[in-house]
Design a protein around this ligand. Structure first.
Ligand code: PEP
Ligand code: MG
Length: 285
């Protein structure tokens, strides 16, 4: 089965009843983008841009970001890349910003909250992403969105970075990884082209169980019914126009994939080496 999966890696993944599911890769470097291409990824469903911002003395400027994002797109042969804006916070501290000393970093100034608190840095990243989107297919998404106001403010800043004409093919979406956003998905629908469900954080916040805590693995490793219920709610809210994707680790679990598809998920994004197997799981579904 593994050999068959590899042989078909670059072919589309179509379910038995004829539904095409895009299978992308989560990448955190140019090298991982190369691995993703070699494994037949249909797109980069999640580019974790943090890798460019951590372990250095100052934030990368728009020129540097632009060139790295373009290299990722090139490594993928011009397939669509989903650039997630910086998902920093005191769980992933940046050496050049003062440490806020939060007692609960996962409940603190993370993701879009962090970007809206450091606007010059956010605007610089948006400028880089817009430039890249003028040259290659780009989706942009915002992490940790909790309320509609955050999405609207991020979109307003994106419009400012765009200036005049919107780049062809630019899609705008948000991660759904906070239960409040999943429960209120309908409110966000008018302002997005896609939802990308981050099951790592959605599970953590739904079950009040820290991701990565080995003692809580029994709670966090599978698809919990409460999380599944939230994913179904997002699928229902999304309707026909808004694409629902899953980019957390669960998207690679073969027992879980059919349940995600049943909930309306039409795109999966997984670690680059897992793309061929996940495509095969889709074909068997
Ligand atoms: C997630 O939360 O599921 C996700 C994909 O984002 P990250 O793992 O980078 O937090
Ligand atoms: Mg997350």
């Amino acid at each position: 089965a593994r050999d068959q999966a590899r042989a078909l890696a670059s072919r589309p993944a179509v379910t038995r009843d004829g539904v095409t599911v895009e299978v992308g890769a989560n990448v955190g470097s140019v090298d991982e983008a190369r691995t993703a291409a070699a494994n037949g990824a249909d797109l980069a469903g999640l580019v974790r841009t943090e890798f460019l911002f951590l372990d250095r003395d100052r934030a990368p400027d728009a020129d540097e970001q632009e060139s790295v994002y373009l290299r990722i797109a090139e490594a993928l042969g011009g397939r669509r890349i989903t650039l997630r804006t910086l998902d920093a916070g005191s769980d992933k501290p940046l050496p050049y910003l003062p440490a806020p000393g939060e007692a609960n970093p996962f409940l603190g100034v993370r993701g879009i909250r962090h970007s809206l608190a450091h606007r010059a840095m956010f605007a610089e990243q948006l400028r880089a992403i817009v430039r890249v989107a003028r040259r290659t297919p780009v989706s942009i998404m915002f992490p940790m969105v909790t309320v509609v106001g955050e999405l609207l403010e991020a979109r307003r800043m994106l419009d400012e970075a765009i200036g005049g004409e919107t780049p062809d093919g630019l899609l705008v979406g948000m991660m759904v990884e906070v239960p409040a956003a999943a429960l209120r998905a309908r409110d966000f629908v008018p302002y997005v082209d896609f939802f990308s469900i981050g099951t790592n954080d959605l599970t953590q916040y739904t079950l009040a169980a820290e991701r990565g805590n080995a003692d809580l693995r029994a709670l966090t490793e599978g698809l919990d019914p409460a999380v599944e219920q939230l994913i179904r709610a997002v699928g229902e809210a999304a309707g026909e126009r808004v694409v629902v994707s899953v980019c957390g680790e669960l998207a690679a679990a073969s027992a879980v994939v059919p349940r995600l598809l049943a909930a309306g998920v039409r795109e999966l994004s997984v670690a680059p080496s897992l793309v061929p197997d996940v495509k095969q799981t889709v074909r068997d579904a």
